[in-house]
Write a protein that binds this ligand. Sequence first.
Ligand SMILES: [Zn+2]
Length: 325
Amino acid sequence: MVVKVPARCVIGVDLGGTKLLAGAVDAERLTVHHRARREVFGLDQSALVDAAVDAVQEASEAVTGEVQAVGFGIPCTFDRRRGVAVQAVNLPLADMRFGDVMSERLGLPVEVDNDANCAVWAEARAGSARGCSDVALLTIGTGIGGGLVLGGRLYRGSNGGGAELGHMVVDIDGPPCQGNCPNWGCLEAVASGTAMVREAALRVAREPDTPLGQALEEGRALTGPLVTELAFDGDPVAAAAIRVVGERLGVGIANLVNIFNPQVVVVGGGVIAAGEMLLEPARATMLRRALAPARDEVRVVATSFGAESGMIGAALLAADPDAAE
Ligand SMILES: [Zn+2]
């Protein structure tokens, strides 16, 4: 089905380590008209570029309006001066001029940014932090991504390396961090989805006679979604794992509140499926640890675009790159 899009149409692409989501977005009404998905796990660089081109073309062909530009959100650090991805943990994009390559292949202007930068831009422009000038975002999945909008502008740091909020240290002698991070005791090392599963594993080993213990006994894999599902059903071990991760998250949020004095801290990523089970202890910990007056007015809320915030933010950046500057 071809949808008529009278207004400005842009394509947003969220390029993750395993999946790619491309959407044809009406940049004025912020409606998504077509979604194209591709599996990208294990692809080499040229196959990955082909998959991205193919998904963008599918999304473009599904709308009749003229496509203005394409935005990409990618989970890696960038050197914006050179336009290259520097560290891409799960994608074969390091040292590639990704934006230039895609622009040439697609024949359209292309914007590329870190996926969490895209997500915080979407939330600040049109989501949970709509209308706010100062916003921090944590996206919690396998790792923890971070994004900042400060004074109404997307904060990228001096050469594009900001804002890796997941790598703030919250435990000076804590466990080693993940991926390419040389640090230890980072928020990502203790409050990611990976840490939540580890916490549940430690607790269920001590208390196997619980619904979680029985589920593992029946052969179910210990994953974040399983922990969340059983916590909603009242399992005490699963609920405790989520609570302790929420409290650690609150320590990180207290740091953000003290340093940036944001109006809103938005929490997204797969782990936010736990909802208030995660946010309530995070908020309580932040209130105990952060300074007045910043702590008194900040809201700590879930993302409103969910798994699509990166894709929508990439589209918004492509539609109007100057708005973020
Ligand atoms: Zn780290």
